[in-house]
Structure formats: C-alpha cells, structure tokens
Ligand binder design. Structure first.
Ligand code: UN1
Length: 497
C-alpha cells in the first residue's frame, strides 16, 4: 500500500487547501480499505478566488501568440509521456481500470497535446472578397475567455486533455473541476501544466463536489464557457443554468450504443469487438456497447460464443497485469448497476450470465460486478433505452438489416454505433441512416481517435463536438473584420448597386 496523496487546489500558481479546510477521501475501488488520496471539499468562495485569478490571467494569456501557447502545450505532451507509467498506475489505483487501458487513457492525452500543439500554427480564419471596392474582409478566431471544465472520472487524463489543451492553444484560461473519484490524476495533470511553464493563473484546479463547486461555476458571472462531460440528466441542468446565465456551452453526455451483427459478418471479429465494446473499462464509457443487435440467423451461434468468452474474463484490480475487467468506480455505480439488473428481471429479460455483484476472494473488498449478458430484450424495455454504465449488455434479435438500423436508432441517445457486415452496400446505408455522432464499420463502438470530432446527437450532445479541429469551434469565437481602405464612407448593400 502506498502513502495516500494529499491533493490541494491550485489557484494562481499556489497549492492551497479549501478555505474551509474540509477534505474528502478518494479510495481504491478495487479495495476500499486503501486510501488513495484526500482532497479539498471546496465551496463557492474557492470558486470565486479561482475565477478571479483566471479572469486576470486571461488578459495577458490571450495576447501570447498562439504558436508560443502551443509550444507549452507540446511540452505538456512531453511531460505526460515522461510520466506515463506513474500516471497509469495511479489511474488504475484511483478509478480501477486495467493498466493497459490506463496507459491508453494517458496516451490519448499525449496524442491530444501533440495534435493541438500543431493547431497553434494554424488556427486558420478566412479571407473573402468584399462586395465593395478598396475594402478587405476576413475572419479571425479569438478566445472565449475563462472556461470551466467539468470532467468525469472514467477518462481522468484524456477527457480533461480534450478540453484543456485546445482551450489553452486558443488563448483561454481555465478553472478545472475534476470528478470526485479522480482527484489524484487531476492533481498530477495540473502539476504537469505548470511544469510545462504555463503562467500562474492560466490553469486553476478546484476540487470538490458537483453540487458545491460545479454549481458555483455554472452560476458565476466570470465564467464565459462551460465544457461538461457527464450524464444527460446532469447535462440538462447544466444547460438550463448556462442558458439562463448566457454562457457558451459544450455538452458531452450519455450513450446507449449498439453494435449490429448481420448474418454475413465475420463472427469472430464481431465477437472480439462485442467483448471489448461491452466490457472494456467495465462498461463505464459513454461509448460502451450496451446493446447487441443480432440477426436471427447468427444469434444462437454468436450468443454461445459470447457466453463462453464472457465466462473467461478475469476480474480483479486494475493494477494487476492479468486483470481484464476492473471494478466499478464507487458504491453509487454499484447500486446503479444492481438497480438495472432488478429492472431487467422485472421487465422479463433473461440473465444468461453474470447479473450479480462479484464477491469471490479478494473481490469482496471492491465494487466488482460480474460481466452480464441479458437476453429477450426488446427495444421498448427500460434496459434497452437507459444508460447503465456498467458491464451489462442486452441482446436484441432482429430479422433484417432495416430492422437492425431502426432498433439501433430507437433510443433517446446518439453517440456511438457499430455495424459488422461484409456487404459494402449495407455498410454505406448504415453510415447514412444511423442517428449517431460516430459510426464504426467492422469495429467496436469504443476507441475514438483524438484528431476526429467526438460527440453525439439527440440527448447525447448539444450540437458541438470535442476533439479534432471541431474543438476549435467550441473554444474560439469568430470575429469578422472589415478593413475599408477607400478613404470614404462606403455603404454595403447600397453603394454597390
Ligand atoms: C468517454 O467514455 O466519455 O472512444 C470517452 C472511446 C474513448 C473515449 C471515451 N476514446 O471509447
């Protein structure tokens, strides 16, 4: 057992406790006897201090040339790379995912840093002819201001990276409010921001709860932009508050992602994809596969294989290199998944494997849930519509490709989707007809890459995308500039006719 970390807030370049001095504990979800860290229980006064500092820092940071800002972001990538092993171990210990996946999470942050470092030398605007003579027209990207970044625990480095790195290159300053379950990862990430040489006040970290810190950020008049990743339910409240207080807002919320397996698919490939999509990160990804839509002709064979492979998955602590499925992150998640199993049973679904808390041996000290496959699920059932965020996958049988797409679309969410087929015509129809932000052909629903837009439709998002160049549209405003060099008043729409 390692010594617990004492995490602090980071405001104006200083590590400080909450003004109240209250703290909260973060425990290892694979063994709750192990204390991983303590962190400040901040309140609105701490938020006020951070926002004030970030507003002040913004006035000079916005004037640093974008390529110079980007150099610091590049340095963040280098430091993440240097500390990848340390951070990956800490992540597995703090939120439970297997080491290989934690390494992937940190790598996503590194990729993001190098990608956005390049953007510092682009940040392109447009030039376009004016309708008038001796007049020049162009657009430039300008930063938005002070950004509140409210991030979840399931990707403790990648998701803050998706938000903070483009925000910084674009010239914004930040108040970062990480999830309560991953304060240690957030602390190291913040440390890296400052080791990279970001000036004091540009990134500020305020730990604490959504009710106290998150809410105070949303209500604060000094915050110009909120970028939130979390549940659709919380996102709707975030949206309502930001609407009322005129904040720019990017929401990345829930999913009820499906993988379709057609009768012409490569079944072995589809099986591997289903196992990874459903049980990777213990199903705690917004992109996780929670529905498997199976063509009638292959359903029996595919299900038999799926059960065989599921029964072999090794549960354990994420820090154990042999572990394939880690714990759920906390007791609330455990209750949530258990609740959905009750819903499943009461709705008439059949539990083919799993369905219970896992208590064997050492697992009894953690939040382990058996990988679960539910059969006899129909699209109108609650378990086919609501996000579970656990290692639970529902099987839905269909008779045709058209029915498969209709069932896939029949959910309030629209993040990720996948179709396994060898028929190129079906693949292209799926790309056209699926209502989701992301569609994979012959690949699982998880595994988005940082240089492409990430996000979804319906109750998954609010029309924005993270990652790729799409994130620049979140973190900058367009400014339209006209330069009239005619030396006289020229009246648009009048003087050119
Ligand atoms: C999330 O679960 O919120 O596409 C993000 C993926 C990962 C990111 C998931 N690259 O599965």
């Amino acid at each position: 057992m390692t010594t617990p970390m004492t995490c602090l807030n980071y405001i104006d370049g200083n590590w400080i406790p909450a003004q109240s001095k209250d703290t909260i504990e973060s425990r290892n979800p694979a063994d709750w006897r192990e204390l991983v860290a303590t962190f400040p229980r901040s309140s609105p006064v701490d938020v006020d201090a951070a926002v004030e500092v970030a507003s002040r820092a913004y006035q000079s940071w916005r004037l640093v040339p974008a390529p110079a800002r980007a150099e610091l972001v590049h340095r963040v990538g280098e430091l993440l790379l240097q500390r990848k092993e340390e951070l990956s171990h800490l992540m597995s210990q703090e939120m439970g995912k297997p080491l290989a996946e934690s390494r992937g999470d940190v790598q996503e942050g590194i990729d993001c840093a190098f990608y956005y470092a390049g953007e510092g030398r682009r940040l392109f605007g447009q030039t376009t002819p004016s309708e008038l003579g001796n007049k020049f027209a162009m657009t430039v990207r300008v930063p938005v201001g002070v950004c509140a970044l409210i991030t979840p625990w399931n990707f403790p480095i990648a998701i803050p990276g998706w938000k903070a790195l483009p925000a910084l290159v674009c010239g914004n300053t930040i108040v970062f409010k990480p999830a309560r379950d991953t304060p240690a990862c957030a602390t190291i990430l913040t440390e890296i921001f400052y080791e990279a040489g970001l000036p004091a006040g540009v990134v500020n970290l305020v730990h604490g709860s959504g009710e106290e810190v998150g809410r105070a950020l949303l209500e604060h008049s000094g915050i110009d932009l909120v970028s939130f990743t979390g549940s659709s339910q919380t996102g709707a409240e975030v949206g309502a508050t930001c609407g009322r207080t005129y904040k720019r807002l990017c929401l990345e919320m829930g999913g009820k992602n499906a993988q379709v397996v057609m009768e012409d698919a490569d079944l072995d490939l589809a099986l591997e994809g289903a196992l990874w999509g459903a049980f990777g990160t213990t199903g705690q990804r917004c992109t996780a596969t929670s529905r498997l839509i199976l063509h009638r002709e292959i359903k029996a064979e595919f299900t038999a294989q799926l059960l065989e492979q599921t029964s072999k998955l090794r549960l354990g602590s994420g820090t154990d290199p042999d572990t394939e499925v880690g714990p759920l992150v906390n007791s609330a998640q455990m209750k949530r998944v258990s609740h959905y199993l009750e819903v499943a049973r009461s709705e008439g679904a059949k539990v083919l494997i799993g369905g219970e808390v896992a208590r064997e041996g050492e697992l009894k000290h953690g939040y382990f849930f058996q990988p679960t496959v539910l059969d006899r699920v129909t699209p109108e059932m609650g378990i086919a519509r609501e996000e579970i965020f656990g290692p639970v996958v529902a099987l839905i049988e269909v008779n045709s490709f058209e029915e498969a797409i209709a069932v896939l679309n029949d959910t309030p969410y629209g993040l990720s989707s996948s179709v396994y087929t060898r028929d190129v015509n079906r693949a292209f129809q799926a790309m056209r007809d699926i209502e989701a932000g992301i569609t994979y052909i012959n690949g699982p629903t998880i595994g988005a890459e940082v240089h492409l837009p990430f996000g979804g439709v319906k109750q998954t998002g609010n029309g924005h995308r993270e990652a790729g160049s799409a994130a620049l549209d979140v973190f900058t405003e367009w400014k339209t500039v006209y330069v009239d060099f005619s030396g006289r008043l020229q009246r648009a729409q009048i003087d050119n006719r």
